[in-house]
Design a protein around this ligand. Structure first.
Ligand code: GLN
Length: 308
């Protein structure tokens, strides 16, 4: 199979649909992004990268950062993290508060906002906020093997000013005793992790350890154990697309994590790490063209974890 040909075809098929969906505008800085962009990059476990479209343009990874912060938190606190966050799909939107009251401030999973804020609070333990941001940025540079990665401060500040719902979630959880730090500290780190700017190529490198039993084949770095990689993939499959997770499993069949910047990281275990990006979102906040591209890719490659 010629992967370059497959992704070139995907770009061609999607060309007339560029601009479909709605760009996230609740973070003012993201509302300014040109919606008519689409990029895709695949890095295989053999270390080959294929790219097409706007694959070198940097975008805000937003919630895709939750996968990497979860990896850091597991490294720091191990399985103890599950006392403070669940592992079940939520069936609710990414910024929903409804289940938190019934579940006494314990979020359903680490990929909805509430769960990710708790995970960030765990990574913050023993640090000042700027140290935790530094630790995250170093980790991302190590994963992607790229010292040029940086956080878009404007995006972070933009969300800091307008993130009312995240402040509500964080305060609510702090009221239940499930946040250890002042909400401004935890959210300061959270907004910065979301504001990391990566291209599809860089993101496909950063996520490659998940496709290769926890080891990045480009660098040889062992990031997590095979068992932990498998478990992170399981969480991505069940919870990575919020209330669209079932549909993503049905259409694509790969562990994946979306972000409101329009990016999606998908993992084909034993095969490749795939990053797609197009800013227009569908009704549940996942990239419309990104999802369509991954569906085409899964069909043409037979990479779905459920069989060809
Ligand atoms: N920073 C965004 C928020 O908290 C991330 C959400 C997302 O990408 N789904 O609202």
């Amino acid at each position: 199979m010629d992967l370059q040909q497959v992704i070139d075809e995907i770009v061609e098929v999607l060309q007339p649909r560029l601009g479909e969906g709605k760009v996230a505008d609740y973070i003012p800085e993201l509302a300014r992004v040109d919606p008519k962009q689409f990029g895709i990059a695949i890095t295989t476990v053999e270390g080959q990268t294929y790219k097409a479209g706007d694959a070198d343009a940097a975008f805000s990874i937003q919630s895709i950062s939750k996968v990497f912060m979860l990896t850091l938190a597991l490294g720091k606190a191990g399985e103890a993290i599950w006392k403070r966050v669940g592992r079940e799909p939520s069936g609710s939107s990414f910024n929903s508060i409804v289940q938190l009251e019934h579940e006494h401030g314990i979020p359903r999973n680490p990929f909805i906002n509430a769960g990710a804020i708790v995970v960030t609070d765990m990574v913050l333990a023993g640090h000042k906020p700027r140290e935790a941001i530094g630790e995250y940025l170093r980790f991302m540079r190590y994963l992607a093997d790229d010292e040029t990665l940086s956080i878009d401060e404007k995006v972070a500040q933009s969300e800091q000013r307008t993130g009312y719902r995240n402040f509500a979630l964080a305060n609510f959880m702090r009221g239940f005793g499930n946040l250890e730090h002042p909400v401004e500290h935890t959210l300061g780190v959270y907004f910065h992790q979301c504001a990391l700017a990566l291209s599809c190529v860089q993101l496909s490198h950063a996520g490659l350890f998940l496709a290769n039993r926890g080891t990045n084949p480009l660098t040889g770095f062992s990031v997590v154990s095979p068992k932990r990689a498998r478990r992170i993939n399981a969480l991505m499959l069940m919870c990575g697309h919020y209330d669209g997770s079932g549909d993503f499993a049905y259409q694509v069949g790969l562990p994946g994590k979306s972000g409101v910047g329009g990016g999606i990281l998908a993992v084909a275990p034993g095969k490749a790490s795939i990053a797609v990006w197009s800013p227009g979102l569908n009704k549940v906040g996942n990239s419309a063209l990104g999802s369509a591209a991954l569906e085409m890719l899964a069909t043409r490659t037979g990479w779905s974890v459920f069989g060809a």
